[in-house]
Design a protein around this ligand. Structure first.
Ligand SMILES: [Cu+2]
Length: 254
């Protein structure tokens, strides 16, 4: 084999390695005897108490500070806003392309704090506040949305066409932060107040299930006074989904 071919193969290998959740074709098929994955994300031990995040603008409306949403631990240690998803599932249930995901800017917070979507579907960004919000979404570090909404009840609809981790910030308010995880496939879920999640109608078989959490450790502030967080926590587990049955997968953050 010539050197040039070795080089080309090497480049292809690197592309496939760094690809992660990106760049593969998901095939929609009719799922027969689909199973369910039920999971739970818990915080091990006593959860740290997070300092509130300082508000730097519109304090009269937003307040002086806001409670941190970076780690929300409920009853029995359940962690809210963790994202569970199957790695690179090749075929499965149909994508609901008409589904619109809502993201509200309300009382100076993004609600919900964490959302998941399938790429190419619509995101409706609402401003429920009587002040200017300017949403910014950076997917894996590349800006994919930047929109000012000066009017109350103004709605902007966008399509996010790239998979990856979307960091949501507001140009007006350094304390505002949210996340959108964008997938190629519909096998993803956000954990609820009790830390539970369900992924339904999975073709029977073995999969790698990943749980992503944004991380709650603040490393400092950037030049604008925006908290800088540590790398997200990513945990994986092999799951075996039985036909018409349920696989249970529990995760622990610490
Ligand atoms: Cu804002």
């Amino acid at each position: 084999m010539g050197k040039r071919y070795v080089f080309i193969i090497l480049v292809l290998c690197i592309i496939s390695l760094v690809g992660g959740n990106t760049g593969y074709a998901y095939e929609e098929v009719e799922v027969k005897d689909g199973g369910t994955i039920k999971g739970n994300v818990k915080f091990a031990g006593a959860a740290p108490k997070l300092a509130p995040v300082k508000v730097n603008k519109n304090e009269d409306f937003c307040g002086k500070d806001k409670p941190s949403e970076a780690l929300i631990v409920g009853k029995d240690g359940g962690v809210r806003y963790a994202v569970a998803y199957l790695e690179k599932i090749e075929k499965g249930k149909a994508i609901d392309r008409k589904k619109q995901t809502d993201l509200d800017q309300k009382k100076c917070l993004f609600g919900p704090h964490v959302i998941t979507m399938v790429k190419g579907t619509e995101l409706a960004v609402i401003n429920s506040d009587p002040i200017l919000h300017n949403i910014n979404i950076n997917v894996d570090g590349i800006q994919r949305m930047n929109k000012g909404q000066p009017k109350q009840n103004q709605v902007v609809v966008a399509r996010l066409r790239h998979t990856g981790q979307g960091d949501i910030t507001c140009d007006s308010h350094t304390h505002m932060r949210g996340y959108v995880m964008i997938f190629e496939h519909p096998y993803n879920a956000v954990s609820d107040e009790a830390g539970n999640f369900t992924i339904a109608n999975v073709p029977p078989g073995k999969y790698t299930l990943t749980v992503w959490h944004e991380s709650w450790k603040v490393k400092g502030l950037d030049d604008d006074g925006r908290p800088l967080y540590d790398k997200p926590v990513v945990l994986t587990k092999e799951v075996n989904v039985p036909a018409k049955g349920t696989a249970q997968a529990n995760f622990e953050l610490k």
